[in-house]
Design a protein. Structure first.
Length: 317
């Protein structure tokens, strides 16, 4: 089938509702953002031959619907809301309602045609969910620790109890993640390979396996773009602006930041690269971002070539 016959579907996600529209059809409809509503959405989408769904990222509220569509084999892409809104402004669409947004997302899908999400199986979805839950618990623990120093004595007892519970929950999730990875031959091999790199630990390896399925299957430019570590030019006329990174998967950047930070101390390749950039006058934040990109490039090459870490990596990274 050609793109002319393809049906581009846009979904605007709310906490309670999903607004759905097809590009070229001025009508839209709404269903609940719960199991019953998503089941209704699946039946409707499956009845549309050669369909492609684009969902605007909405702080995780979209994930139940996206996961259900992926498991059902419906091509789906999660769009960056900043890009969708920029597109709307570019064509002069300033009005904003849920129904209008669904139509706009459908038009964005038809014109931009973003790449569909790589389909995950149930094991991959479970691993991703566990890694996400671990991150949430760690963030809660960080918040509780920051409150501990200023809390009254009585409240400190509650916080300490909560911190104890969080410690046990995080340990239980770590054990479940490790069991999942070690029961999966491919994940087990990749995780053991990844943690041979100084600075890369269990959490980084698990996050890469869960949220960057493309690792080892695409080139270094693409893998950097997927992680939001590809620098984009900001030049105009004679003005040469500072290049900036944009978009990508925040979960990957988060673990790579910690791995690169550790690597500036105990990884000879990353450490020397960081020092060289700083000595050239690069701001430390810029140098560390470059280290994150270099580290990801190395990890991508290791998985692709099925080799363990070596202080001197091949030029092909």
């Amino acid at each position: 089938m050609t793109n002319e016959s393809r049906k581009f579907i846009g979904i605007d996600v709310g906490k309670e509702k999903l607004d759905v529209a097809i590009w070229g059809d001025n009508n839209s409809w709404q269903t609940d953002n719960n199991e019953e509503g998503i089941e209704q959405l699946l039946k409707w989408a499956e009845s549309k031959s050669n369909s492609f769904v684009v969902v605007e990222a909405t702080g995780g509220l979209e994930m139940k619907a996206v996961t259900a569509m992926m498991l059902a084999g419906i091509p789906v892409s999660v769009a960056n809301p900043t890009r969708v809104r920029a597109y709307a402004k570019a064509i002069g669409q300033l009005a904003k309602t849920d129904a209008i947004d669904a139509q706009m997302i459908a038009q964005y899908a038809a014109v931009i045609q973003p790449e569909p999400q790589r389909v995950k199986d149930e094991q991959e979805l479970t691993l991703s969910a566990l890694v996400t839950r671990r991150k949430q618990l760690v963030e809660i623990r960080t918040g509780e620790k920051s409150r501990l120093s200023t809390a009254p004595i009585r409240i400190k007892e509650y916080i300490l109890d909560h911190l104890d519970w969080l410690k046990k929950e995080i340990a239980a999730i770590d054990e479940e993640i490790q069991q999942m990875i070690f029961s999966h031959p491919d994940w087990k091999e990749k995780s053991k390979r990844l943690i041979t790199v100084p600075g890369v630990g269990f959490v980084t390896a698990a996050t890469l396996l869960a949220d960057l399925l493309e690792l080892g299957t695409v080139n270094r430019q693409k893998i950097a773009a997927l992680a939001g570590l590809a620098p984009y030019n900001r030049d105009s006329g004679r003005k040469s602006g500072r290049r900036r990174i944009f978009g990508g998967r925040s979960s990957i950047r988060r673990v790579l930041y910690m791995a690169a930070l550790s690597g500036t101390i105990n990884n000879p390749v990353i450490s020397s690269f960081y020092k060289r950039l700083v000595d050239k006058g690069k701001p430390k934040k810029v140098a560390l971002t470059a280290c994150m990109r270099k580290l990801l490039t190395i990890l991508n090459a290791m998985v692709r070539d099925e080799v363990d870490w070596a202080p001197i990596m091949p030029v092909s990274v």
